[in-house]
Design a protein around this ligand. Structure first.
Ligand SMILES: [Cu+2]
Length: 177
């Protein structure tokens, strides 16, 4: 079934996902980023993406953070190889917008916002949007970019970074297969 699902077009996979929630056919419209520690942090986590009904649902789970707020963005380059994750480049910004707060234009497609880590260093976030797609190769496609978690809070004002500080975790978004 996995091989069959991979061969489906995105449109068909999305349609089947609606008709048969949780079925193997939905595989083609899913992606994942495994977050690895960067800049000497102990932060790790996982980000999943699932597309159905013309929307993408992202679920973020991170642990090992310092308590408090941490910016989280999607950055342009799917390259987390640098020790400080600088290889991921700037924010993913296919519309050449100014940096800002999610859902308050202008903002980058990658301007997810802030995670709030508990005293135990854990943070979760869920976001649903029709601004993103998965695996279709369009400018709105999240696959191939990188999810980056920062040391500091995003102020939503400072251009173009939000003054979010260092990069403590990074993971490339890869289509499930
Ligand atoms: Cu960032």
């Amino acid at each position: 079934m996995r091989t069959t699902a991979k061969g489906l077009s995105m449109g068909l996979a999305a349609a089947l996902a609606v008709a048969v929630p949780g079925a193997a056919a939905a595989k083609g419209a899913k992606a994942e980023a495994v977050l690895e520690s960067k800049s000497g942090s102990s932060a790790t986590g996982k980000v999943t993406f699932a597309q159905h009904d013309g929307k993408v649902v992202m679920k973020v789970s991170v642990r090992g953070l310092t308590p408090g707020s941490h910016a989280i963005h999607i950055h342009e380059k799917g390259d987390c190889s640098a020790a400080d994750a600088s290889s991921a480049g700037g924010h993913w910004n296919p519309t050449s917008a100014a940096h800002g707060a999610w859902a308050h234009p202008p903002f980058h497609h990658g301007d997810i916002g802030n995670l709030v880590a508990s005293e135990s260093g854990k943070a979760k976030l869920t976001l649903e949007t029709d601004l993103w797609t998965l695996g279709d190769g369009k400018p709105t496609d999240v696959v191939g970019h990188a999810v980056v978690v920062h040391a500091n809070v995003d102020d939503f004002i400072t251009q173009p970074t939000g003054n979010a500080g260092g990069r403590v975790a990074c993971g490339v978004v890869q289509a499930d297969r």
